[in-house]
Design a protein around this ligand. Structure first.
Ligand code: SAM
Length: 318
């Protein structure tokens, strides 16, 4: 898809273009400021995701086709379950609709706050600079986007995107409250990144998101497409602990404490059981690096954090 591809314009009360339209194949709605506070009606060509709980608070794109990704007849994993590929997006959506309002506090509790350090490391590796254009994919409640908003400054631009309206709404409210006026919020499936034009971002990040995506190769190909030549991709994700005795302890913690905390805090043990299982099913460090190379990324490397509990993968589009 190229930036020249004609796309339908989301129908808003005001459909004036804004300056950043080169980053989207559709112009974003004009709002206050930069579109964040604009409620949208759906255009006739855009459909509500089947899993969407609320109507029109953030721009909707490339759903439902992307939301029910996976070829009919194929199977995939949802945690330890084997399910039909086309069912995974819906099941993942249910998890994040369920946990959205408690997501941030659960992150702090489950990781003892260490997720903040992991994210800080990823931001450090991003080399983000003033004036850059950044896309945070599967960005959820906006931890990374909030920092990038400050780092790129008023001449830069950040897009916080996610497939899940509940998560994106929490992120949107939070960043608006924090005064992040250079951020836009876009519902988008990582597998297609359909709202975004080719070669349009200096930096892409996906933090604890890739694990949940059904077709990871498709997502990596889409990331390669929207990244500018010279740009970089960072993937922050759970990975494979390198020290065996530690891995056993970590397993014990994940499969007992996480569902229990989920039950007590978010009244949802199942979603946190999925979290533990999905981590174990995610490709390990070397496999993910190979997948990035396969998608076209160059000079790929990774850094283990907390003994490989988490890894930051980095790749470039040359
Ligand atoms: N990036 C945030 C962070 O680091 O705190 C949120 C991570 S949260 C564990 C995973 C996010 O991935 C959820 O917000 C979920 O909606 C999103 N997600 C899952 N599948 C997706 C997909 N196919 N495309 C885009 N986002 C997706």
């Amino acid at each position: 898809m190229s930036s020249e591809t004609p796309k339908p314009t989301p129908q808003t009360e005001s459909t004036q273009k804004i300056d950043r339209s080169p980053f989207l194949t559709d112009p974003l709605p004009q709002g206050t400021p930069q579109g964040q506070q604009q409620s949208l009606q759906q255009s006739s060509t855009q459909h509500s995701p089947a899993d969407s709980p609320a109507s029109g608070t953030v721009p909707r794109y490339n759903l439902p086709r992307g939301a029910s990704s996976g070829n009919v007849g194929e199977t995939t994993h949802f945690g330890y379950q084997t399910i039909k590929s086309e069912e995974k997006a819906q099941k993942v959506a249910e998890v994040f609709h369920s946990v959205a309002s408690k997501y941030d506090i659960m992150n702090d509790l489950m990781s003892f706050g260490i997720h903040r350090l992991w994210k800080r490391f990823a931001i450090h590796m991003s080399g983000v600079r003033r004036g850059q254009h950044v896309l945070d994919i599967a960005g959820g409640t906006g931890d990374l986007a909030k920092v990038f908003s400050r780092e790129v400054g008023p001449t830069g631009h950040v897009v916080l995107s996610d497939i899940n309206e509940s998560m994106l709404n929490v992120g949107r409210d939070r960043l608006i409250d924090a005064g992040c006026s250079n951020v836009d919020f876009v519902l988008a499936n990582a597998e297609t990144l359909e709202p975004f034009a080719d070669n349009s971002f200096d930096l892409l990040t996906i933090s604890f998101g890739l694990r949940n995506v059904t077709d990871k190769d498709a997502a990596l190909a889409a990331m390669y497409r929207v990244l500018k030549p010279g740009g970089r991709l960072l993937i922050l994700e759970f990975s494979k602990p390198v020290f065996e005795p530690f891995a056993k302890l970590y397993d014990l913690y994940s499969f007992t404490a996480l569902p229990l905390m989920g039950k007590l805090v978010a009244n949802d043990a199942e979603s946190y059981k999925y979290l533990a299982e999905s981590i174990r099913m995610h490709p390990d460090q070397r496999t993910l690096k190979g997948m990035m190379e396969q998608a076209g990324f160059q000079n790929c490397d990774y850094h283990n954090l907390t003994g490989g509990v988490v890894a930051v993968h980095r790749g470039f589009k040359l």
